[in-house]
Design a protein around this ligand. Sequence first.
Ligand SMILES: C[S@@+](CC[C@H](N)C(=O)[O-])C[C@H]1O[C@@H](n2cnc3c(N)ncnc32)[C@H](O)[C@@H]1O
Length: 203
Amino acid sequence: MARDSEEWAAYYAKTGARPPRQTLLFALDQFDRIRSAHGRLAVDLGSGGGRDVIEMLRRDWSVIAIDAEAAAAAALTARDDLPEGAVLETRVATFEDAVWPGCDLVNSSFALPLCAPDGFAAVWEKISISLKTGGRFSGQLYGTRDSWAGRSGMTFHTRAEVDEILSGFDVEFFEEEEDDSVTPRGESKHWHVFHIVARRRGD
Ligand SMILES: C[S@@+](CC[C@H](N)C(=O)[O-])C[C@H]1O[C@@H](n2cnc3c(N)ncnc32)[C@H](O)[C@@H]1O
């Protein structure tokens, strides 16, 4: 069941100010072990209300925030907690159509499963190619036991498929979650989620 723009806008209002995702924090901390973030570029795919983008900007990353919904860019740029001097570009585009430059980090929290199955491989290829050697992906994929599995326009993976997707990466953080809880829209659901931080190997 696809959401309409009004539903997404309500989602951004409800979730935008929530804390950043653990996968993003893990990835940022890994970078910080080497050197400061100044000059590093991150692309956030499906940036929503900006809960992750704000954290990256706060930690001195430059960010390109991409989302199919114009309301996401509007919610992000209207935030009153944007750090002064933040280097932020918002783009309204689908994962499938978006083009982005080489970068150090692609973050995509709870968004890539909203890619249709016939487009997923090409989107993952774009992510992989855009990452510099040593660059990282942080985010989530959904498993086949998720209660949304089978919804049209969404992609679900088995554990073996996730391993294959990550074959060109060193996996630094991996958690397979299965849990029953309630979505931000108040819907009960069974979550089957792969939480991932992975570092791109050299060619
Ligand atoms: C569940 S929200 C997650 C938002 C944010 N990453 C977070 O963690 O709160 C998914 C976001 O992906 C965006 N989205 C869904 N399908 C998309 C697509 N094919 N291309 C680009 N953005 C998409 C939605 O508009 C929405 O903002």
